[in-house]
Write a protein that binds this ligand. Structure first.
Ligand SMILES: C[S@@+](CC[C@H](N)C(=O)[O-])C[C@H]1O[C@@H](n2cnc3c(N)ncnc32)[C@H](O)[C@@H]1O
Length: 287
């Protein structure tokens, strides 16, 4: 048997040298040993076989492979998602997008009920997650509401992952392969999207973990990073019901541009910040 504490210290030093967050050591050990963080604290020794497995994972991490891609799972909004190199690893800040969708569902339901001023309507809202990738936004939303959820992506490989996640997490979602709105045939109450938004020229400067292991299709937002917002701003009103919402994740510094694009296309926009005080979400309401 090998002392877990001293081996962990060894790995922490190696990670520190490579500027990898020390917290990742705990995550890596938990993943390999299939333990929660609390249980890891109480484990004192590991077997030679377990050490070998940890060594393999450490080697991969030092090569720049993100933890989520090593173990093929990512945690998002309290759920575990399968991920591979065909999808973007869900990011913590994207959870705010799900929060906003759930807020807009409440507000849309209230305004529909007030308009009718009768019994509460049981009609489900229709929500589209455009550029769904792993399906994280659509699936986390469906887990927390009873509305009708659609999710689309141009990539058939990403859709395979999203379908697997919906099955594993036991939710019903209608998946559509589509280049933005090309194959979208109905109207929605809410369109949510975390589209590719990195400037093409910035991609080579991204961390190895992102540029080598997230698909380029999930990153490249064109010359100014705004290609997708321009298209969504000009086309989305054709796919929205009255008083519909478009809820978008944006990159740092894009808020004003995105607000202007949607403003010109008949939307009122509100900008929301993330946990790091960075403008991260634009909520656009059709006027
Ligand atoms: C930034 S990722 C977001 C993935 C996921 N929604 C998330 O938040 O983790 C963008 C996604 O857009 C998809 N995509 C790229 N170009 C597209 C297009 N023209 N039409 C639809 N989806 C597209 C990519 O395949 C990728 O899955």
């Amino acid at each position: 048997m090998i002392s877990l504490k001293s081996y962990k210290k060894e790995i922490e030093k190696v990670f520190q040298k490579q500027n990898i967050d020390a917290e990742e050591v705990n995550i890596l050990f938990c993943e390999v040993l299939d333990l929660s963080l609390t249980k890891l604290v109480f484990k004192t020794e590991i077997t030679a076989k377990e050490k070998l497995k940890i060594d393999v994972a450490v080697k991969k991490r030092l090569m720049g492979i993100p933890i989520q891609k090593i173990f093929k799972r990512a945690y998002f909004y309290g759920y575990t998602f399968f991920v591979n190199n065909n999808v973007l690893c869900p990011r913590p800040e994207t959870e705010l997008l799900v929060e906003e969708v759930l807020n807009c569902i409440k507000s849309a339901k209230n305004s529909k009920n007030n308009a009718k001023n009768t019994q509460k309507t049981a009609k489900k809202l229709k929500i589209l997650d455009l550029c769904t990738g792993s399906g994280c936004i659509a699936i986390a939303t469906k887990k927390n509401c009873d509305e009708e959820i659609f999710a689309s992506d141009i990539s058939s490989k990403a859709l395979l992952v999203a379908r697997k996640n919906a099955k594993d997490l036991d939710v019903k979602i209608k998946f559509i392969q589509s280049n933005l709105f090309q194959n979208i045939k109905s109207k929605f109450d809410i369109i949510v999207s975390n589209p590719p938004y990195i400037k093409s020229s910035d991609i080579q400067n991204l961390d190895v973990e992102v540029k080598n292991y997230d698909p380029i299709l999930a990153l490249d937002g064109g010359d100014d990073g705004l290609d997708f917002y321009k298209k969504i701003a000009s086309q989305s009103k054709n796919y929205l019901n009255k008083n519909g919402f478009v809820i978008l994740e944006i990159d740092q510094g894009q808020a004003n541009d995105v607000q202007n694009l949607f403003g010109k296309n008949g939307f009122d926009c509100t900008i929301k910040k993330d946990y790091n005080n960075i403008e991260r979400i634009v909520v656009c309401k059709l006027k």
